[in-house]
Write a protein that binds this ligand. Structure first.
Ligand code: THU
Length: 130
C-alpha cells in the first residue's frame, strides 16, 4: 500500500469534532514498515494530538526510531504543512533530507524535507559544553 493510501485510510478515522479538520499521516520506518496516525481532539482543546504525533508514537511503539518518508493529508483546498511542534517531533526521528509530502484529498501534493520545514532546529549538539 502506498503512503498516500495509508494516509487517506487513517484520515477517515480522524477524531476532529471540534475543528472539523481531519488530518492523516503515514510514515515509513527504516525497516520499510508503514505507521499511521490521525488527529485526536478533546473537549479540553489543548489535550488534542496531531496526526503526525500519532504516527510517530505508533512507530516507536513498534520498536522503530528512524523514519525515511512522511506523507500528511487533509481535506483542505491546499496542502497543509505540519505544525511547529510536529516539525520538531519529526526532526527527532528523521534526517534533514527525509522527504515530506503534504497533500490534499483532491490530489494536490507539495514536496519538502524535514530540514526545509525546520531551519535552525534545536538538536542535541546545542546542549554540548553546558
Ligand atoms: N493538525 C494535525 O493533526 N497536524 C498538523 O500538522 C496540523 C494540525 C490538527 C490538529 C487539530 O486537531 C486540527 O488539525 C486543527 O488544528
Amino acid at each position: 500500500m502506498t503512503l498516500r493510501q495509508a494516509a487517506i485510510d487513517v484520515w477517515e478515522r480522524a477524531y476532529a469534532p471540534y475543528s472539523n479538520f481531519k488530518v492523516g499521516a503515514a510514515i515509513r520506518g527504516a525497516s520499510g514498515a508503514v505507521y499511521v496516525g490521525c488527529n485526536v481532539e478533546n473537549v479540553a482543546y489543548p489535550e488534542g494530538t496531531c496526526a503526525e504525533a500519532g504516527a510517530i508514537a505508533a512507530m516507536v511503539a513498534a520498536g522503530e526510531t528512524k523514519l525515511t518518508e512522511i506523507y500528511v493529508i487533509a481535506g483542505s483546498p491546499s496542502p497543509v504543512p505540519p505544525c511547529g511542534g510536529c516539525r520538531q517531533k519529526l526532526a527527532e526521528f528523521g534526517a534533514g533530507d527525509v522527504p515530506v509530502t503534504m497533500a490534499t484529498m483532491s490530489g494536490a501534493e507539495q514536496a519538502t524535507t524535514i530540514a526545509a520545514l525546520l531551519p535552525g532546529a534545536f538538536d542535541a549538539g546545542h546542549m554540548e559544553g553546558n
